[in-house]
Design a protein. Structure first.
Length: 125
């Protein structure tokens, strides 16, 4: 089995950050996944820096308690850029009311420089 490439490793760290269970774990996972000046942009957020990214993650946890982010499909990457799909899954019943598609750009050290997120499925308002 081949070793994971830089894109797959970066995406794995990304999901570790989104699924970290407590504020200190989120902070550590964000620092491992994102470059110091890393950014996260989706239809609901446009932030830069570890503290702001951790706050976005905390907001998602508050809005969807008991849910976890799960990668769907394979990571497709080249030249320090990767794309992948995901869904937000309920630990209680396995439903996935939110799903999306993200594109990441990596810094020289393999951490994320930028995330561009798209929401493909959201709960009705």
């Amino acid at each position: 089995m081949a070793a994971p490439d830089v894109h797959t490793t970066a995406v794995a760290r990304y999901f570790e950050a989104w699924n970290a269970a407590d504020p200190e774990s989120v902070r550590k996972a964000v620092a491992a996944a994102w470059a110091e000046d890393g950014s996260y942009t989706d239809p609901l957020a446009d932030v830069t820096g570890h503290e702001a990214i951790a706050a976005v993650i905390a907001g998602a946890h508050a809005q969807f308690p008991g849910f976890a982010f799960r990668q769907t499909g394979e990571v497709d990457g080249h030249h320090g850029i990767a794309r992948f799909t995901w869904e937000l899954v309920s630990g209680a019943d396995g439903s996935a009311p939110v799903a999306g598609f993200d594109v990441i750009e990596l810094a020289e050290d393999g951490r994320i420089r930028s995330v561009y997120g798209f929401l493909d499925r959201v709960p009705p308002q």
